[in-house]
Structures are given as C-alpha cells and as structure tokens.
Design a protein around this ligand. Structure first.
Ligand SMILES: Cc1ncc(COP(=O)(O)O)c(C=O)c1O
Length: 425
C-alpha cells in the first residue's frame, strides 16, 4: 500500500514554496464575507460611496470611442494617457517625473513582487519595517531572503537602529539589497515617517549602497496636517510605488512604479514575463475618469468620511477598551494599530473575538517575520459605517476585558499600565 500523503507533490515544489505563507489578511477577508461578522480586518475602501454614475459614464464613453483599444493588449509600460495623469499626480510629490519614468502595474502589489524578483536571490538580505505591510512580506519571502526588521515608533522607522544594523551587516560582509518603507500612514502602524528620518534613510542609502523602496498608497488619504516630502523627491534613485486602489478603485487593479531608467528596464522584463501588460480596459476607463471628472473632490469626500469613521473608532476605543490598552491616532490612511494590555496575545484572542463577538481584525503577528506572539491588532476604519464601528469596538472591548479578567485571575498581582491616556500621539 502506498503511504498516504496530504500533498503528493511535496517533493516536487521549489524550495521557495516553503517560505510562502497564506496571508492572515486574506483569511480575514474570507471571514469578513460572512454577513454576521463585523470586520475590521481588510484594508478596503468603502466602494458603496463611490461615484458610480461617473464610472458608468467613463466606461460607456471609452467603449463607444475606443472600445477596440480597451479590449486589446496594450504596451507593457502602460497606457500613455494614464501615465500622463500619473505624472501629474506625482508632480505633487516630485515635479521632475515624466511619462517615461513610470510603468503601470497590477496594483502596488505587483510592483512589490517585481522588485522582489529583480533584487532578491536566495539568502540576500533585505530590510523592512517591523511591523510591515503583510503583502510586501509575502511578495519578498517567496524569493527566500534574510529579513532584518527595524522597529517603528510614532515617527516611523527608527533610523538610528537602522544605522546600527547596517554597520553590523557591513561587519558581517552582508550587503542589504533594499530598505522597504511605507512612509505615509503606515500599514499597519498608522504612523508617518518624519522628514528628518526620511533624509537619514537617503543618507544611509548613499553610505551603504542599498536601494530605497518607498511604498505610498495612503499619502493622499490625509485627514489633517501637511504632506511630508517624498523620499523620491530627495533622491532620484529611490523606487516609488503608487496605486489607484485607495484613491479610485482597488477593483481596477492599477498601480505604478517610478524608478531610475536601469531599474525600470528590469521591471519591464518582469512585467512582460508576468502578464505582458495590465488590463487595457481598466487603464482606459481610469484615464477617462481622471480626464472627465473632479476626482480630487471625490477623494476629498472619501477623506471626510474616513476622518469621521476614524474619530468614531477612537472614541469607541476610549469608551470600551480596558485600561492599559493603547492605540495610534492617525492623521490619515485606513488603520488604527491598537495594543492590548500586557499579557494578552491578539492572535489567541482572535478566535474568541470571532466566536463570541463576531468581530474580526488582523492580529499583530501577521506583520512580522518570525513572530508568534504579539499584543497588537490592526483595525480598519474605512469600510464599516460609523454605527457598525461603534458596535464592533463595543463587542471587541467586552471580549478583551473578559480575557484580561481571566489572565489576571491566573496571574494574581498583575496590573496593567496605570495611565489610560498614555496613547501614542
Ligand atoms: C502598504 C501597501 N502597499 C501595497 C498595497 C497593495 O495595494 P494594491 O491594491 O495597489 O495592490 C497595500 C494594500 O493594502 C498596502 O497597504
């Protein structure tokens, strides 16, 4: 009799498959699809408030005017009209960018995959924030790198620690390939990298010869304050990644990369090998939408809505979470990063939260490489209406309090931090 094996192809897979892991965010989205669950799990914009009439009109115009092109293959670099719009959008960040400095990708996610593909050989060192966007970790890990995580505080990646790590790596003879940062309204931490640290990363990149990868999906989702200067505008060698997912529609699956010519050439090879070109249909419709409608006003409306939902979530956390819990108060983006009182693990709590409270979130450990226990959780506030946010945080708070009481009864003498208002920022 042949031995039963769960996966009969186990010996045939490439070694990189061992490094691939399913994303807890995606699993959460599956749970979130159940109508009885309130999900703070995904990173989804609220498509229910999108300007549907405008999108219908843009689609109709494209099909009547240039349907043949919209239904055809396009260039690997992407539709020129759309790249012109991107150059204009980027002019807020860096005026020097032209159409030929940009290639269009299937969302920012594909850009991350390509960057991993062209820079990482097995065993190479890369540097990320800790915590870091889970989708970037997934893209990078399948190329089998050694990952160094640099902790993030209220001002973003702690570049003094980065400098120490770079020196350590140099002594060990290891050349980091790139440093990956999400400078604006970090996913998951919600924080923004301050200018001084942006400049420090650029200085360090000159000294240690790594590439800076600046991933900026949330820069335009700002509720208050002034934009920080982009690293791409400080140094043309920076790779900048943008996306239409948060400012228009994730369903279009369109993002872009700006990179120095030599790197762009390699990215185009990767694009051709992956899928020849991004959807012509999406690109034409997005181009038409940006040409014909006041898309900036649509973003402003969306930002107003997210500001209000973020404020609702913060008030609900203040009301319903126990003493000792802390959370970020972001100036933009889609996420709050909450930290539970000492002793509680957000991963263990999740099953209880889904079962008891019917509330989903992403546990902190998903955003680290090699971390099993973590007391933080990522809470999305862009998707649910305010009343649902309040209800969800109320139910989640009750589960947290219940687990905390259990923990305290097991470990007598335990006392969380005294100051309830000790929240970051
Ligand atoms: C930091 C970051 N980078 C990239 C992406 C991927 O975005 P896209 O939908 O453009 O692929 C996301 C999505 O949430 C993100 O948060």
């Amino acid at each position: 009799m042949t031995e039963f094996r769960f996966d009969q192809w186990l010996d045939l897979y490439a070694t990189r498959v061992n490094m691939m892991r399913s994303s807890e965010v995606r699993e959460m989205l599956a749970v979130a699809a159940r109508p009885d669950v309130i999900s703070f799990g995904g990173g989804m914009p609220d498509t229910r408030v999108f300007p549907m009439n405008q999108i219908v009109e843009a689609t109709q115009r494209v099909m009547l005017r240039e349907g043949h092109a919209a239904l055809q293959y396009g260039s690997s670099e992407g539709h020129v009209g759309l790249r012109r719009h991107i150059a204009a959008i980027m002019s807020e960040v860096d005026t020097a960018i032209g159409v030929d400095d940009i290639i269009i990708t299937d969302g920012a996610q594909q850009a991350l995959e390509f960057i991993a593909k062209i820079f990482i050989s097995k065993g190479d060192t890369i540097i990320v924030e800790a915590p870091s966007y889970v989708g970037a970790l997934q893209a990078f890990m399948s190329y089998e790198p050694e990952v160094v995580g640099i902790p993030v505080d209220d001002c973003g990646m702690q570049t003094d620690i980065l400098a120490v790590e770079l020196e350590r790596l140099r002594k060990e003879g290891r050349q980091p390939k790139f440093v990956y940062v999400t400078p604006n309204f970090h996913n998951p931490a919600g924080v923004t990298l301050i200018e001084e640290r942006r400049r420090h990363i650029i200085e360090l990149s000159e000294k240690y010869g790594f590439v800076v990868v600046e991933d900026d999906p949330y820069g335009k989702i700002r509720f208050r304050g002034e934009n920080e200067i982009a690293m791409r505008s400080m140094d043309e060698r920076v790779i900048y990644i943008g996306t239409f997912s948060k400012i228009f529609s994730p369903g279009m699956r369109l993002g872009w990369v700006v990179a120095p010519k030599a790197i762009l050439e390699k990215l185009i090879f990767a694009k051709q090998a992956a899928n020849l070109c991004s959807s012509s249909f999406s690109q034409h419709v997005t181009d038409e939408y940006l040409s014909s409608f006041d898309w900036q006003k649509n973003i402003d409306d969306l930002v107003d809505l997210y500001r209000e939902r973020c404020a609702t979530m913060i008030s609900a956390l203040e009301e319903f979470f126990p003493e000792g819990a802390t959370w970020t108060k972001p100036d933009g983006g889609l996420f709050i990063w909450a930290t539970l009182p000492e002793g509680l693990d957000s991963g263990e709590l999740l099953a209880e939260s889904i079962r008891e409270a019917k509330v989903a979130y992403v546990p902190g450990r998903a955003f680290y490489v090699g971390v099993q226990k973590n007391s933080s959780l990522r809470l999305n506030f862009s998707y649910c209406p305010s009343e649902t946010i309040e209800e969800g945080i109320k139910r989640l708070g009750a589960v947290v309090k219940q687990q905390l009481a259990l923990y305290r009864s097991l470990f007598k003498g335990y006392s969380p931090g005294k100051d309830k208002n000790k929240n970051k920022k």
